[in-house]
Ligand binder design. Structure first.
Ligand SMILES: [Zn+2]
Length: 682
């Protein structure tokens, strides 16, 4: 493992943070925490922690000895001084004399001694940092160390590798007792450079940030070299015939979705990993046994549960059988999880509340590793942990036999309130766990719609003829949104776009079929080609999008919303807009046809009928000419409705969001025009 320390960068951060009033110790603590945090072979997603002991002045001007330790909710890779709350050190050290200390009292003591009452909770491993004397302390869950430690004889292997340079601490759950055990191990071997925490991770110590970091890298490198001596590359899996992932993922999503009543479902967002290592692993003949063994370090359990679910290979053309088999295996998994909970809850004397019995990681031979989360971000975290488990397991098997934490230890961590607190309990946004696909997504209405759905928590797919513009809108919707070029009049392109959405998120729940354009011309003399072109875009493309939407929603079996942008022209024709109005009128009927035929599938189909919106269909130039032909100012022309207010793309977007949330309406039309009795639906 490469040592990334740069003296120049360290100096730069010391200067930078000095300007914000931070001590050099804190700046250097930030620097090497980031160096550790950006290396996925050391820590992932908020794992690990670091600290520095320094002195601060309190508000009265007294100098206080403090421990600046990673705060809960911060990721080392992008930590700031605010992510290293300062805790008075002496009161924490006095706790070392206690025989026992409850979690509640520990957390309370840590919070009561914060220098800043609004700081985040200090790490659950704070006391371990406090009880050791070293100035800088680094802690990671390095894969290479875990591969050696997650073994039946892991302690002996580590003793052999590290001699008396590192003290070994047998597994104790994080918290007060681990802090005591670590302090005792250090007292027996005061000269060590760090600790190996059996089946958990590694600590390194230093008088400077550079020393602690250098020792971490050196000790992890030694573990890597030990593995390299025996490890052989996992042979690439022979390609096996399996159904396409884009067809498989919606079925999996559907299998996991839980009915909430009233047509609502608790859905999950997917992340697929199908690189060579993932495919080789899921192709193993002994997959069930290998995968069943557990998690590599205790804090992974809250994200990927105690075990993944192993599925059978989905054979092309036989997906119905596979779906039935998957449902059975999911039931068996849930039964197994409930039995695990009951057995363990009894062991600890009861009182725990069972978490959901659904897997977070599913292993699908021929397809890959599929992780699920309540958002794309969560699914990615679970997928990263699953992949790092595979790497570590492969290494562990090269060294000996992979044997991670026992079930008892796993349960204690999974059901530890301090660990669950890391997941956060914030209320979910109204469209969280839903995937929306918007066509014409770079236009005024499409972009406003995509952004509003994103603000309501949905995962977003933006399609537009202009791929770059689609990507720009997707970017403004969030890190995980997908922007794709798609000519919606090309059935193959539409199919490919839905496949891409399924591969990215696992499926699609809400489709806003919005792309459209208006051709002008008097109907009696209109060129046929113009009329046909208008029908291609304003009618047939909606049909193609709707067919794909229904295909994916039926595979998921958890309903959905299919929404169309029709126009005022669909019900109230305007002179010279025949090509547009007739095709939009057909699309309004198309919406009702889908509502009629797919209500029983729980697919709600509705349309928005909007008028006079500034967009590609109503340009500033058109507004100027229409206003002057009516003898109105542009201002009055745009407000020519009952409410006398201009109607915007955001207003149309709000109507689509409303339709997506409204569970008991189908076959409906929402008019968004500020009020126009002549154009009112009758
Ligand atoms: Zn840890």
């Amino acid at each position: 493992m490469k040592n990334l320390w740069s003296g120049a960068e360290a100096d730069r951060l010391v200067t930078h943070y000095a300007q914000q009033g931070h001590h050099a110790d804190v700046a250097l603590r930030v620097y090497t925490s980031r160096l550790l945090g950006i290396e996925p072979a050391l820590v992932l997603h908020g794992g690990g922690n670091t600290s520095v002991k320094t002195r601060l002045r309190d508000v009265a001007g007294d100098e206080v000895e403090v421990l600046c330790v990673k705060g809960s909710g911060w990721d080392m890779g992008n930590i700031e001084p605010a992510g290293l709350p300062a805790v008075r050190l002496q009161p924490l050290r006095r706790l070392a004399a206690l025989e026992r200390l409850s979690d509640e009292d520990m957390v309370n003591a840590q919070r009561c001694n914060l220098m800043d009452a609004s700081a985040p909770n200090p790490s659950v491993e704070t006391l371990l940092h406090a009880f050791l004397p070293h100035k800088f302390i680094d802690h990671t869950h390095a894969n290479a160390v875990l591969a050696l430690s997650d073994q039946p004889d892991g302690i002996a292997i580590c003793q052999d590798l590290y001699g008396n340079e590192m003290a070994i601490v047998d597994y104790v759950m994080p918290g007060f007792l681990l802090a005591k055990a670590a302090a005792a191990a250090h007292e027996q071997q005061p000269g060590v450079q760090g600790l190996i925490l059996h089946k958990h991770g590694i600590f390194s110590f230093g008088e400077t940030a550079e020393e602690a970091y250098e020792r971490m890298i050196r000790m992890v490198t030694r573990a890597e070299q030990r593995i390299a001596r025996v490890s052989v590359a996992v042979p690439a899996a022979a390609p096996v015939a399996a159904a396409p992932a884009a067809d498989v993922l919606p079925l999996l999503r559907g299998a996991l979705a839980q009915q909430l009543g009233d047509g609502r479902h608790q859905r999950w967002i997917a992340s697929l990993r199908n690189g060579p290592a993932a495919l080789a692993f899921v192709g193993r003949a002994d997959l069930q046994q290998a995968a069943w063994s557990g998690v590599i370090t205790p804090d992974h359990g809250i994200r990927i549960k105690n075990r993944p679910l192993v599925l059978s290979r989905p054979q092309p053309g036989a997906l119905a059988d596979w779906e039935a088999d998957t449902a059975q295996r999911l039931d068996a998994y849930a039964a197994d999880y409930r039995a695990y909970f009951e057995r363990q809850n009894a062991r600890v004397g009861g009182g725990r509340k069972q978490l959901d019995a659904l897997p977070r990681v599913l292993l699908v031979p021929g397809v890959g590793v599929v992780a699920f989360g309540k958002s794309k971000a969560d699914a990615e975290i679970a997928a990263d942990l699953a992949e790092t488990t595979i790497t570590t397991l492969n290494w562990a098997e090269a060294v000996g036999r992979f044997e991670p934490l026992s079930e008892d230890h796993l349960f204690d961590m999974e059901y530890w309130p301090l660990e669950q607190a890391k997941l956060g309990k914030a209320a979910e946004a109204p469209l969280a766990r839903q995937v929306v696909l918007v066509t014409g997504g770079a236009g005024a209405i499409g972009a406003a719609t995509a952004k509003l759905f994103a603000r309501h928590g949905a995962e977003v797919v933006v399609l537009d003829l202009d791929g770059e513009a689609a990507q720009a809108v997707a970017k403004s919707c969030g890190r995980h949104a997908l922007g794709l070029a798609c000519d919606v009049t090309d059935p193959q392109a539409v199919r490919a776009a839905f496949d891409a959405a399924c591969l990215r998120f696992g499926g699609v729940d809400i489709v806003v079929s919005n792309a459209g354009a208006a051709w002008e011309g008097a109907i009696a003399t209109l060129d046929d080609a113009v009329l046909r072109r208008s029908f291609e875009l304003n009618f047939f493309s909606h049909q193609g999008v709707a067919q794909n939407a229904v295909r994916v929603m039926k595979a998921q079996g958890s309903g959905g919303a299919l929404l169309f942008n029709v126009s005022k022209q669909a019900v109230n024709p305007g002179a010279n807009f025949g090509a547009y109005g007739t095709s939009k009128a057909a699309t309004l009927l198309l919406a009702r046809q889908y509502a009629l035929e797919h209500g029983a599938d729980g697919i709600r189909v509705n349309a928005v009928n909007a008028d006079r919106i500034r967009s590609g269909l109503l340009t500033e130039k058109m507004i100027a000419s229409r206003a002057s032909s009516r003898g109105l100012s542009e201002h009055d022309y745009m407000r020519g409705n009952l409410l006398q207010q201009e109607v915007t793309a955001e207003d149309v977007a709000l109507a689509f969001v409303h339709q997506a949330l409204e569970m008991k309406t189908t076959g409906g039309v929402t008019t968004v025009d500020g009020g126009n009795i002549a154009a009112a639906l009758r």
